[in-house]
Design a protein around this ligand. Structure first.
Ligand code: DLZ
Length: 166
């Protein structure tokens, strides 16, 4: 139990995925440009999972970007309503600072993304890292703990779930 707790404290808790056939799935990725190196690493992880693990064709991945995480929900809504994708991965990094910015933005972005998914019926992933410092951001965006990989697989799983429900 102690080891498990230590793993969780380090942010290494994992989710498992079955085999996912994304060969006919279209995925949108929206990048927020703050903390760009971390965001780029998360997107690389997501694209690796999409293309290598789920066989999503590169041509089926639509990429766009916005200035910061606050803009992600509206951009996700535009993309969802465009009818060009089956699931969306908005990717941003919010790092806690000295002001209330983090608290205000993190909650608003999270609830905004949830609203877009519920309103449009297009699966919207929670691809925003909300972390205390650069170290946490790095450990969750690199190596075997790159959260982008989970988001890629979750996006395909949700797109397939939607297709089976339609
Ligand atoms: C202003 C701001 C700050 C202070 N921090 C971040 C951050 O850590 N991560 C992020 O994605 N965006 C940040 N932003 C920018 C806002 O999300 C937004 O782009 C601007 O306030 C303009 O609406």
């Amino acid at each position: 139990a102690r080891a498990a707790h230590a793993r969780m404290a380090a942010g290494n808790e994992a989710v498992t995925f079955g085999s996912l056939d994304g060969s006919e799935v279209r995925i949108g990725i929206i990048k927020a440009r703050w903390h760009e190196a971390t965001v780029d690493s998360l997107i690389s992880g997501a694209k690796k999972a999409l293309m290598q693990d789920c066989n999503v064709p590169a041509a089926n991945i639509v990429e766009t970007e916005v200035p910061g995480s606050f803009e992600l929900p509206l951009a996700a809504r535009y993309l969802a309503l465009s009818g060009t994708v089956d699931a969306i991965i908005p990717v941003g990094v919010l790092i806690k600072g000295d002001t209330y910015h983090f608290e205000v933005i993190a909650d608003q972005v999270t609830s905004g993304l949830m609203s877009v998914g519920l309103q449009t019926g297009i699966p919207i992933l929670m691809g925003v890292l909300t972390v205390n410092d650069e170290e946490q951001a790095k450990s969750r965006s690199t190596g075997s703990n790159n959260h982008g990989e989970q988001w890629g697989k979750a996006a395909v799983e949700m797109a397939l779930l939607r297709a089976s429900a339609l």
